[in-house]
Design a protein around this ligand. Structure first.
Ligand code: API
Length: 269
């Protein structure tokens, strides 16, 4: 049997999107990892499975390239918003998010940020606004949960950080019981950040929507910016707003690259 999919991306952070609302598709960690593999599979940063939802217009399941299912994916939320069109509520493990499509791009309301050490989560109590920890030159980060967990280091120059080496060290530190997405951010203007991200289980990506949300919120909490920030990633810019209603709104592009299909026998569940 062949399963159709849509290859999509948000600023180069790419996804294989499978719409299983009409016909169920079994998604094991093995199948998700095989599909995401860039050498032997279709290749993507995350695999996205759309299923019927009891509480929203659609349920969006998010699988990292290691096959692990996770709570949130900002760029994929915009991609699914583009695919579905109009205003849609999307159920995720991290909560219900709302996507709306306009001529300035796709906006996604990502819910409210969480700052409690046990909400990140961390392994033990700690101030999450200036954490008393460090890994070589990366010290005193901020931790934020925006559906998924993020740690944010403010540095003089994101490009001088050896993120390929330090990212996995921090991602897998026992301080983070569910591992963590690692962000290095530089303030480049009154309301502007430069950002690079080592994604939990995915590594260096061209863009990370939840990383942009978490880093913007971290800058706002530290009073480095106002409540509307442009975050520039290697793949391009995203605009993040933290509303007075404690909602994170992310606006940016999404693109459909191509449509295809795969054989279930080639990718056993
Ligand atoms: N690797 C992330 C999931 C995808 C996040 C990123 N692709 C985004 O756009 O938010 C995690 O394990 O939490």
């Amino acid at each position: 049997m062949r399963i159709p999919f849509r290859k999509m991306h948000g600023l180069g952070n790419d996804f294989v999107v499978i719409d299983a609302r009409e016909r169920a598709v079994e998604m094991s960690a093995r199948r998700a990892a095989a599909l995401a593999d860039r050498h032997t599979g279709i290749g993507c940063d995350q695999l996205i499975l759309l299923e019927p939802s009891e509480t929203a217009d659609v349920r969006m399941r998010i699988f990292n390239p290691d096959g692990g299912e996770v709570e949130a994916c900002g760029n994929a939320s915009r991609a699914v918003g583009l695919y579905l069109g109009g205003d849609k509520r999307i159920e995720t493990l991290g909560g219900i998010i709302a996507a709306s499509t306009s001529d300035t791009g796709i906006s996604v309301a990502m819910g409210r940020p969480r700052f409690g050490w046990d909400e990140i989560p961390l392994a033990y109590p700690m101030d999450t606004l200036t954490m008393p920890v460090g890994w070589e030159d990366l010290v005193e980060p901020v931790a934020v949960n925006v559906g998924n967990p993020h740690v944010i280091f403010f540095v003089p120059d994101t490009h001088s950080v050896d993120l390929a080496r330090l990212g996995p060290l921090i991602e897998n530190d026992p301080l983070f019981p569910r591992r963590i997405n690692v962000n290095v951010a530089t303030l480049t203007g009154p309301d502007a950040l430069d950002l690079r991200v080592w994604e939990r289980a995915a590594g260096l990506t061209r863009a990370c929507g939840t990383g942009a949300c978490a880093s913007a919120i971290a800058a706002m909490r530290r009073k480095l910016t106002g409540r509307r920030v442009t975050v520039t990633l290697p793949g391009g810019p995203l605009v993040i707003e933290w509303t007075d209603a404690d909602e994170i709104i992310m606006t940016g592009p999404a693109t459909t690259s191509f449509e295809g299909s795969f054989g279930t026998s080639d990718y056993p569940a």
